[in-house]
Ligand binder design. Sequence first.
Ligand code: FA5
Length: 337
Amino acid sequence: MVTLREIHCVPIMISSIDQIEVEALEGLKNSADKAALEQWRIAWLGSKGRLKSLMADMKTCPPEDRPAYGQRMNALKKTLEAAFKSQKSDDSAQQGPPLDVTEPGLPAGQGRQHILSRTIEEIIDVFSRMGFTVAEGPEVENEWYNFEALNMPETHPAREPSDNFFLEGGGMLRTQTSTVQIRVMEQSKPPLRIISPGRVYRPDTHDATHYSMFHQVEGLCVDRGVTLVDLKATLFNFARTFFGPEADLRMRPSFFPFTEPSAEVDMRMPVRGKMQWVELGGCGMVDPNVFKAVGYDPEEWTGFAFGLGIERIAMRKYGIPDIRWLFENDARFLRQF
Ligand code: FA5
């Protein structure tokens, strides 16, 4: 900054520049709107403005004082340009509708539990009132748990690659929650009563009742003297508590390698306006070979097991006609539950 004391030959000019700077900044401060700002810019920074004519005054300075004068003029130019820029951006920030602090804020969107998660919680609730606890198992499994220990030897047709998602480098995505029966029995001594809800994977073609990833709930009860009557009573009790006293259920003889005897459980439900029997899952008495695989004595222990499709249960309870709707993530559909 050049001071009066340093530039004795042009004291009047320098002091007048200081004065001019004060005057310019004052004028800028009082330029309240866009038009006034523009007027100020033309008057001070424009091609015929005050700065230009002050620059031209340099010619009247003695040559040795011109550098000091030039320096002071450059400083003035920078100050005015910076002040103008800052006031202009303040001004544009203030444009737009005035802020109404009394307006209510935007409502924050509230999420909700997916209908399948809610169904799983409801299933757990009913079975836990019958003394079942929840067990978990991995979705990436090996063939011992998914087949071998469940009495499905290497030649079993369900082990075909076309019916399974085998993983590169070994392992597979489990096709049924029955894997958890084995894991639980390996780790604990009877008696026991567990359910295990979870995801399973099969390369099935998608249609109204099939998906390639779906949920099952496995049930397993092992004790002395367990009979088919206990299995039937447990499933009927579940159906009537979960769906209401009108729930209609039937068991058809069937075959699973890990239960003997085995049955399919069907539920009567409306399908496209007509009452129909829809398969919910499989069940049966635990096969002695399964007990042997986990080191239980089949002479001493008896048990029943079941595996139900959770999507079908949710569809029955909430009147959902197509399983695909559960996975499309259309908020308009999900919001209804
Ligand atoms: C089993 O998976 C046996 N593990 C069930 C079982 C457990 C039997 C314990 C005996 C003892 P299944 O393949 O039938 O069985 O499947 C059981 C249920 O899963 C079916 O009844 C159906 O409700 C559901 N399910 C099967 N495939 C699909 C699919 N692609 N999409 C949706 N649900 C399915």
